[in-house]
Design a protein around this ligand. Structure first.
Ligand SMILES: [Ca+2]
Ligand SMILES: [Ca+2]
Length: 275
């Protein structure tokens, strides 16, 4: 009795069935890349159909505990949150201070799951933001080594990816909302965000002024490696679609020291390339 159309399902994700092609009459195997799973308990289900077309399944459970490698500690200048021309001023509402000044970024990898810990000059929660931080939109742009057609423009930011590079994924972390996008030249541009994708969770450590996020390999298109991935991070406020405006003179809720064409970037870091 044979089983037809065999496949593996990880954690009940039937949309991403892994077909089994290496099989003979009595046995089969499949090389499953564990690097793209998160640590913790997982269920692997083998499914197939018998001669009569009935579905047969069999599940196994395992716990994954890959070690985490700290790859990079990057220190940014302190108090350089004045825009690219050094002349921007925060909106004048008194709840703004220096929430958009990045102090340091730590990068760790667990398999192909990427964790970023971003240390800020200051974290406030005056407006009781559900994600735990006020007045900063952290824009994380990622250029994947195995993706060819990326995007040069940073949508709604009046700016470009540095060093004539291109991004493939953008994670916009805000206190009141998190948005994530996959970019492609056809669907992304100066005023086109790209395709919305699953969003990550953030954690805030108030003692160390750290905002942390883990980007599971699944959100990065299950890459074979993250070697040579480029990371670029900048700050502003508002959301990906509605960043705050900037003009010559600041107002309660808009920035000063620029004009409507100025890059909507208060602070940024140099590109980090993963080794
Ligand atoms: Ca800084
Ligand atoms: Ca900087």
């Amino acid at each position: 009795m044979g089983v037809e159309n065999m496949g593996l399902v990880i954690d009940g994700d039937y949309e991403h069935l892994l077909p089994i092609t290496n099989r003979n009459q009595n046995s089969w195997f499949h090389d499953l890349s564990l690097s793209n799973l998160m640590n913790g308990k997982h269920r692997i289900t083998a499914i197939g159909y018998d001669d009569k077309g009935s579905l047969i399944t069999s599940s196994k459970y395992f716990t994954l505990a890959l070690s985490t490698k700290h790859l990079f500690h990057f220190e940014d200048e302190i108090q350089d949150d004045y825009g690219p021309n050094g002349e921007y001023t925060y909106p004048s509402h008194r709840s703004f201070s220096h929430q958009q000044d990045i102090k340091a970024v730590d990068v760790s990898l667990t398999g192909n799951n990427l964790t970023l810990e971003i240390t800020m000059s200051e974290i406030t929660q005056i407006w009781i933001p559900p994600n735990g931080f006020d007045h900063v939109l952290l824009n994380i742009y990622i250029d994947m080594p195995d993706k060819q057609e990326g995007v040069k423009s940073l949508p709604f930011q009046n700016a470009f990816f540095p060093n004539e590079g291109e991004w493939d994924y953008r994670f916009a972390l805000g206190g009141f909302g998190i948005e994530a996008f996959e970019g492609h030249p056809l669907i992304s541009g100066p005023e086109k965000l790209g395709k919305s994708i699953m969003t990550p969770f953030v954690n805030v450590d108030y003692e160390q002024n750290k905002i942390s996020v883990t980007l599971p390999a699944k959100m990065l298109g299950n890459p074979t490696t993250l070697k040579n991935t480029n990371l670029y991070i900048n700050t502003w406020s508002g959301s990906a679609t509605y960043p705050r405006t900037i003009d010559k003179t600041r107002t309660t809720w808009s920035y000063g020291g620029g004009n409507s064409n100025s890059p909507k970037i208060m602070d940024d870091i140099n590109i980090i390339t993963l080794e």
